[in-house]
Design a protein around this ligand. Structure first.
Ligand code: GDP
Length: 419
């Protein structure tokens, strides 16, 4: 077992089997506590039911999901020989888009689940677009529900070629994608090679997970902590909470909140209800800063060192991919940008370049409009102060989603910022 860590996203169209796959992975890797299985075994035996362990995991996940109305992401952990995985389960389509962008789910690699009986569906497309734009490294493509298509090789190849076309379309290097015929429900080719797919001699899922490349080491970027909420806790005072994206926070550090533009010295840091002297990337913390009151700061602020504060953009230039827009986007369009924990209306002030999606070369300077499927460089002016940074400097704070009419219409990365 290794202590190398991977954040794994499970993406794909609704009902294609993401949650079932998560349950299956937890179950097969022994990540469900023995006493829990034991308890359920007894219950099931009393009722004379078979196949109960896996069913239990599924029930449990479903229950957590129902309870998790306010918790928008379900972290599940399991280990293989090579890695400790945190699964960023993405059962709800909207949650996935939001989490991917707000950085709550900085995934290193992803498993794309595509049901063999359905093939590429709208959210398959959208998730692949996002994964590509937001920098997911490798994709493992699980062609799922093989049991529903009689484990047929022809059907598998059909779906594989559909997905390959989609990946090529968004310039995802298909050499970095492993295709595996699986059944999350029956367990085929997950932890053991299945006799139902004798025509297949590639890696099974656990092998492919073991062979994922190691995640990039954390950057030496300065502290960046987007604020999710601000609480008032008796005996302590104002407690902003959030997840550290980059850098370290120590008690005694002088910090600054942007764009609220206030700051002070860190008095206490709390994690999992315990006081800690310091916190690092990935840690969810609540902390208290001398002299900061509840109304001084808000969700969407980013906390960083006082001598290297998060930048606040007057305008910024960004590369965007238009995923779905009913008509055309022209200069002056003002949708809502979701970046880390902030949501701010921003005007697309100018369309600077349109890129050729197949070569990545500039196809047109100053186009009059862009539309679904286009990649473009645009200049953006936030309508309220927004802290955002070039993704080349701080990738975790350099990506965003553009939403309008209740859907994600584009996603992008910040190229440069004018303060
Ligand atoms: P999600 O919306 O992508 O998370 O999909 P779920 O995991 O909730 O699965 C949707 C439905 O498909 C459920 O009824 C599952 O039991 C079923 N399902 C998932 N994987 C398989 C599979 O491999 N084979 C079969 N026959 N059904 C599956």
């Amino acid at each position: 077992m290794s202590d190398q860590h991977q954040n794994l996203a499970i993406i794909g169209h609704v009902d294609h089997g993401k949650s079932t796959l998560v349950g299956r992975l937890l179950f097969e890797t022994g990540s469900v506590p023995e006493h829990v299985i034991e308890q359920h075994r007894e219950e099931a035996e009393e009722k004379g039911k078979g196949g109960f362990e896996f069913a239990y995991v599924m029930d449990n996940l479903a229950e957590e999901r129902e309870r998790g109305v306010t918790i928008d992401i379900a972290h599940q952990e399991f280990s293989t020989d090579e890695y400790e995985f945190t699964i960023v389960d993405c059962p709800g389509h909207r949650d996935f888009v939001k989490n991917m962008i707000t950085g709550a789910s900085q995934a290193d690699n992803a498993v794309l689940v595509v049901a063999a009986d359905d093939g590429v569906a709208p959210q398959t497309q959208e998730h692949v677009f996002l994964a590509r734009t937001l920098g997911i490294g490798e994709l493992i493509v699980g062609v799922n529900k093989m049991d529903l298509v009689d484990y047929g090789e022809t059907k598998y190849k059909e779906v594989k070629s559909e997905v390959t076309d989609l990946l090529n379309q968004v310039q995802f290097n298909t050499d970095d994608a492993e295709f595996i015929p699986i059944s999350a429900f029956e367990g085929d080719n997950i932890a053991e090679r299945s006799e139902n797919t004798e025509w297949y001699d590639g890696e099974i899922l656990i092998e492919a997970l073991n062979n994922l490349p190691e995640p990039e080491p954390p950057t030496d970027a300065p502290l960046r902590l987007p604020i999710q909420d601000v609480y008032t806790i008796s005996g302590i005072g104002t407690v902003p909470v959030g997840r550290i994206e980059t850098g370290i926070m120590n008690i005694g550090d002088n910090v600054s909140f942007q764009p609220s533009d206030v700051g002070g010295e860190v008095k206490t840091i709390e994690m999992h209800h315990e006081e800690v002297p310091k916190a690092e990337p990935g840690d969810n913390v609540g902390f208290n800063v001398r002299g900061i009151g509840k109304d001084d700061i808000r969700r969407g602020d980013v906390c960083g060192p006082a001598d290297d504060p998060p930048s606040v953009a007057e305008t910024f230039q960004a590369q965007i991919v238009v995923m779905q827009h009913p008509s055309v986007i022209t200069a002056g369009y003002t949708p809502v940008f979701h970046a880390h924990t902030a949501q701010v209306a921003c005007t697309i002030e100018s369309l600077d370049k349109k890129m050729d999606p197949s070569s990545g070369e500039v196809a047109e300077e100053n186009p009059d409009f862009i539309q679904t499927g286009d990649a473009a460089v645009v200049t953006v002016r936030p309508q309220k102060p927004l802290s955002i940074e070039p993704s080349s400097e701080i990738p975790e704070l350099g990506s965003f989603a553009v939403r309008d009419m209740g859907q994600t219409i584009a996603a992008g990365k910040v190229l440069s910022v004018e303060n």
